[in-house]
Design a protein. Structure first.
Length: 384
């Protein structure tokens, strides 16, 4: 996470009433100091009025709105930027989404915070921010930066909850929050979100929903049916996941075993059992659980095959591990943890050139992946 204080990059000045921001006619209150963005970090706080550009003022205002929520003049600053740049919300939204897509996380977050500062009541901005935080957490978890991932997941949940409080309600807030809870195996909250989504769109005609809306409605109902039929909203299930995730594997395993006694055909439960056993280093037992997960319907989930491969590697069953990873890769060809593990299999096979290709591919998807970068550095040292 970025621990620098962005407010150190601004200073405050009283501009004259005739200072011109844009073609928009605006009256400047010369008694209220305006934030000015320094041209370079470390610039002194003294200034030449003739050198201050409108862009510096507007950038300074965005920084204050993003990071200084207690500033007594924030309403005045909002009025200035909305008059000077009437389309600022649209411009920043498009830029933030593009930066997030390119995994330029810090800049995307700064843009989303600025948007929140400009219009804190806009729940559509809140939802987009939640989606961004969710996406950032997933990226960090793929790179095994689990503490950062947990922090961003916590923030994402907070913003999802905020977006679900919109009046009138935003159906997509519930749909996306449902998938957020689904990925953390919190099926009880996921079910509630999808139920709310279906209820909100049930009276909307197919024509109004459109192709994408119809897909979402059918997908939500499909997930609801599966959660109910497999009893996955049972409290024991989500408790088991949280215990295993937090390092309390034995307690988590005890809960998931009790769940399996009553629900022996639920593949997610067998997956959780295997995951907990794998974390404890009980690879043979974990492998048995993952095979059972696949037999019960987990053969469409790449994580099941990836976890199997980890166990097989530990058991020195290299060919079987590679087969499992190729199954995972066919399901999720852009999942960097799977690509990285294929690199490790190639190392085990003694095929350094092929391993290098896989680790390079990981960095093409995620330039910040420290594990792949470290393995590539080791391979380069061996070549020299």
């Amino acid at each position: 996470m970025n621990h620098k204080n962005p407010l150190e990059t601004v200073y405050f000045v009283n501009l004259p009433e005739n200072y011109n921001f844009s073609n928009a006619a605006m009256k400047i209150d010369s008694t209220i100091p305006l934030p000015i963005q320094k041209k370079m970090q470390g610039d002194p706080d003294d200034y030449d009025m003739n050198d201050i550009s409108p862009e510096q003022v507007l950038s300074g205002i965005l920084t204050v709105l993003a990071y200084d929520h207690k500033n007594e003049h924030k309403d005045y600053y909002r009025s200035i930027i909305l008059k000077a740049r009437p389309n600022i919300k649209k411009e920043l939204s498009e830029a933030a989404i593009l930066k997030a897509k390119n995994e330029d996380w810090d800049l995307a977050e700064e843009l989303f915070l600025s948007l929140k500062g400009i219009d804190p009541e806009d729940k559509a901005i809140t939802l987009n921010f939640a989606l961004f935080l969710d996406q950032r957490a997933e990226s960090y978890r793929r790179s095994e930066l689990n503490e950062d991932a947990d922090a961003y997941d916590s923030d994402a949940e907070s913003y999802y909850k905020d977006s679900m409080d919109a009046d009138p309600p935003i159906p997509d807030a519930f749909f996306n929050a449902g998938f957020f809870y689904l990925k953390s195996h919190d099926f009880k909250n996921a079910k509630e979100c999808f139920e709310n989504y279906v209820a909100l769109v049930c009276d909307t005609t197919d024509e109004e929903l459109g192709e994408n809306g119809l897909y979402k409605k059918e997908r939500a109902q499909e997930i609801l049916n599966r959660i109910s039929s497999e009893n996955m909203d049972n409290d024991a299930f989500s408790q088991a996941y949280k215990l295993i995730q937090s390092g309390q594997e034995e307690k988590g395993l005890e809960k998931i075993r009790k769940f399996i006694e009553s629900n022996p055909k639920v593949w997610n439960a067998w997956f959780l059992l295997g995951w907990g056993l794998r974390k404890l280093g009980r690879y043979e037992d974990a492998l048995t659980a993952f095979k059972q997960a696949i037999a019960c319907g987990g053969d469409k989930n790449s994580d099941t095959f990836n976890e199997m491969a980890i166990c097989l590697l530990e058991l020195n069953q290299i060919k079987e591990a590679k087969d499992a990873l190729m199954n995972a890769f066919r399901i999720s060809p852009e999942d960097t943890k799977i690509i990285s593990n294929l690199g490790y299999v190639c190392l085990k096979e003694g095929n350094k050139a092929e391993a290098q290709k896989y680790f390079t591919a990981v960095l093409e998807f995620d330039p910040n992946d420290k594990i792949a970068a470290s393995e590539l550095a080791k391979l380069e040292q061996q070549d020299n």
